[in-house]
Ligand binder design. Structure first.
Ligand code: PRX
Length: 658
């Protein structure tokens, strides 16, 4: 379908949706955009005053004097956990359910705002009793749980900066993050349970700490999940529940400046090791709350479910902070969408009467496959009438998946918000607003009010609509990345490159605006970053992991190729320190290499295809021909000119994927 044809298919929100929405109708959307254009600082200041509770009100809004190290609301003080917990209780929501937790096996636990506050305070006091204090870093390596959310809130309460590491990362990756943050404590669980299987967490923390470089860590606090035996190191490791039990259930929040780092979250770039994206307290929390209100239109009686893991930014903004800041009720789910069967999401929506559901295209695509093969796990076999709004995040959603989601999950009545944003942006950047924006499958539509997204060419000049280019944001916004932890230079180079005179934030994605509607469609990363099932990975990281298998690998190159289910798949081209293998031997070595990458980074980074060659296709000057590798990975007939290749014969070898 051409873009023009796609765009002609507009889906309008119903009158009822428009009437009840926080941002009601396109006129209201345009009025907000206009307000932001006319008085940028005034617009953001108004939102920050209306949505957040400040201990000391701010008197300055945006400070651009040290660009691109922008500061927002700098002289204001607040506490994120106070904003998410105490003030809801002060507003009479103490007995309201904050979290409905469903474990992998289906057991349900609920906590009210008062209970969550008490738990958070006990955890905060427990951390304090160990000497953890404002400005310290705490790494959290835990699966989806009420404890995970409370641990993050507890850090925020005492002004410690949390850095959550996704439970699927390996000991090596965890070690790297612990070292880079200089964390003084690690909060983990004995195990996590996924798809009926217990998986070690504490064991991996032990392994990570054993790899060295984590000398700042004084304590490991362990949540009991399965109770199966684990190793506890005397003097270092403590059961969190035991330590917390004797602590008071109140804890005065540490009032921090708006720019105080609330968290660090590691994400992949095109070069080097993952970077610790540093977020602020005030600006970040503002956008978390504002987008939850406008994009998700969260209301008092909603049951909100974001299926992301708290190890990713989506889980931070739309589980730990946004919905709680607004006093919402939300689901936290430990398990996986396909256990005990692929109807799990639909059953949970039915059981908990979920009204707002936010998930990733990759999950939708895999559930479509399952539903089409088996009626029992098809959404039509469940009562999904509680749903009123759907969301998508993490990667482009292909129009076919969008239409299926709209019709089969949303009953053709729920708007879909296709939200484009990034770890670095803290919250939604380009997205429909459900009671305003006419939707187009596959397009994230228009910028959130106040976000100055644009498409430019290599020199920073605006490109006309209908013509693709580089996605940038022209003005700083409150929830933007503040720096890369410990590496200001890399921050400037990565996001404010000299190409645009350091003026624009470079998202790292390509995009195109529709000639008629001006709607944005994201065309994918323009750097060496892959997006596999919505997980971001640098090709260089995977190449480094492969070549670290020194007994086998001489050289490796990694590219992405389109994949029907995971969006993109990792394809590795490997030169061994011996002739390229074939047949069963190649299969065995490929498995060995996959396991190695799993150990170095985590299972999510395992290459789907591995191709062996006695060499890699290089130009005569020795540069790897990545464009050619991408064509081979896609299985395309090679039309590129290969006459400059040093060694054209290897193209045949690379034809076979293992
Ligand atoms: O390429 C874009 C893609 O995911 C990248 C950001 O990944 P990460 O920092 O892990 O954050 C994911 C969750 C916010 C972007 O640079 N991306 C994210 N959302 C969309 C998307 N691509 C297209 N459409 C989206 N809605």
């Amino acid at each position: 379908m051409s873009q023009a044809e796609t765009q002609s298919k507009l889906y309008l929100p119903s009158d009822a949706v428009v009437a009840s929405a926080h941002v009601s109708g396109m006129d209201a959307y345009h009025a907000l955009c206009k307000e932001a254009e006319t008085d940028y600082e005034g617009f953001w200041a108004r939102q920050a005053r209306e949505l957040l509770s400040w201990k000391t009100p701010f008197t300055t809004v945006l400070d651009e004097s040290n660009a691109p190290f922008f500061k927002w609301f700098e002289d204001g003080t607040l506490n994120a956990s106070y904003n998410c917990l105490d003030r809801n209780i002060e507003r009479g929501l103490g007995d309201k359910t904050a979290i409905i937790f469903e474990a992998d096996g289906g057991e349900v636990t609920k906590v009210t705002y008062s209970e969550l506050l008490a738990k958070t305070c006990q955890y905060a006091n427990a951390l304090k009793s160990l000497g953890v204090t404002k400005g310290d870093r705490v790494v959290i390596y835990i699966s989806m749980s009420i404890d995970g959310v409370a641990a993050m809130q507890a850090c925020a309460r005492i002004g410690a900066t949390h850095s959550v590491v996704f439970g699927g990362f390996s000991a090596q990756s965890l070690r790297d993050r612990i070292e880079d943050t200089g964390a003084v404590a690690v909060i983990t669980a004995d195990h996590q349970v996924r798809g009926g299987k217990p998986l070690a967490l504490k064991g991996i923390v032990d392994e990570a700490l054993g790899l060295g470089g984590c000398d700042a860590v004084k304590n490991v606090l362990v949540v009991k999940r399965t109770g199966s035996p684990i190793n506890m190191v005397e003097g270092r490791d403590l059961w969190l529940a035991d330590l917390a039990a004797s602590q008071p259930t109140t804890c005065e929040p540490e009032w921090v400046g708006a720019e105080h780092p609330l968290f660090l979250l590691y994400t992949s770039g095109s070069t080097g090791k993952p970077k610790g994206v540093q977020h602020s307290t005030g600006g970040y929390l503002l956008h978390a709350a504002l987008t939850t209100q406008w994009t998700f239109d969260l209301k008092a009686d909603d049951v909100f479910w974001c299926t992301a893991d708290i190890g990713w930014v989506t889980g931070h903004t739309y589980i730990t902070y946004g919905p709680l800041a607004l006093g919402g009720t939300e689901i936290v789910f430990e398990g996986v969408p396909t256990y005990p069967d692929a109807g799990r999401f639909w059953k949970m929506i039915q059981d908990h009467k979920v009204s707002i559901f936010y998930t990733a295209p990759t999950a939708i695509r895999s559930l479509i496959k399952a539903a089409e093969a088996n009626d029992a796990v098809h959404p039509k076999s469940y009562d999904l009438s509680s749903l009123r709004l759907l969301g998508s995040v993490g990667e482009p959603i292909n129009p076919a998946a969008w239409e299926w989601y709209y019709k089969n999950v949303g009953g053709s009545r729920c708007p879909i918000v296709d939200t484009f944003w990034q770890t670095e942006t803290g919250g939604h950047m380009i997205t429909p607003l459900p009671g305003a924006t006419p939707m187009v499958p596959g397009s994230c539509t228009l910028p959130f009010p106040g976000i100055q997204a644009a498409i430019v060419d290599e020199t920073g000049k605006d490109v006309p609509n209908g013509q693709g280019g580089i996605l940038v944001v022209k003005r700083p916004w409150p929830s933007m990345i503040r720096t890369i932890w410990g590496d200001n230079e890399r921050f400037v180079k990565s996001y404010y490159p000299a190409d645009f005179q350091g003026k624009y934030y470079l998202a790292g994605d390509g995009a195109i605006r529709d000639a008629e509607t001006g709607y944005f469609t994201i065309t994918g990363r323009i750097d060496d970053v892959l997006n596999v099932s919505g997980h971001r990975m640098g090709t260089m990281e995977i190449e480094s992991a492969l070549v670290s298998c020194t007994e086998l690998v001489a050289e490796a190159a990694v590219v992405g190729r389109p994949d029907e289910t995971t969006g993109e798949a990792v394809c590795a081209f490997v030169v061994l320190k011996r002739p390229a293998p074939t047949g069963d031997e190649a299969k065995a070595i490929a498995k060995q290499l996959r396991d190695h990458v799993g150990k170095e980074i985590g299972p999510i980074a395992k290459p789907k295809d591995i191709r062996f060659g006695d060499n890699l296709p290089k130009t005569r000057s020795g540069k790897i021909m990545r464009r050619l590798l991408r064509s081979i990975a896609k299985g395309e007939t090679i039309t590129q000119d290969t006459s400059t290749l040093e060694n054209p014969a290897i193209l045949d070898q690379l034809g076979q994927a293992y």
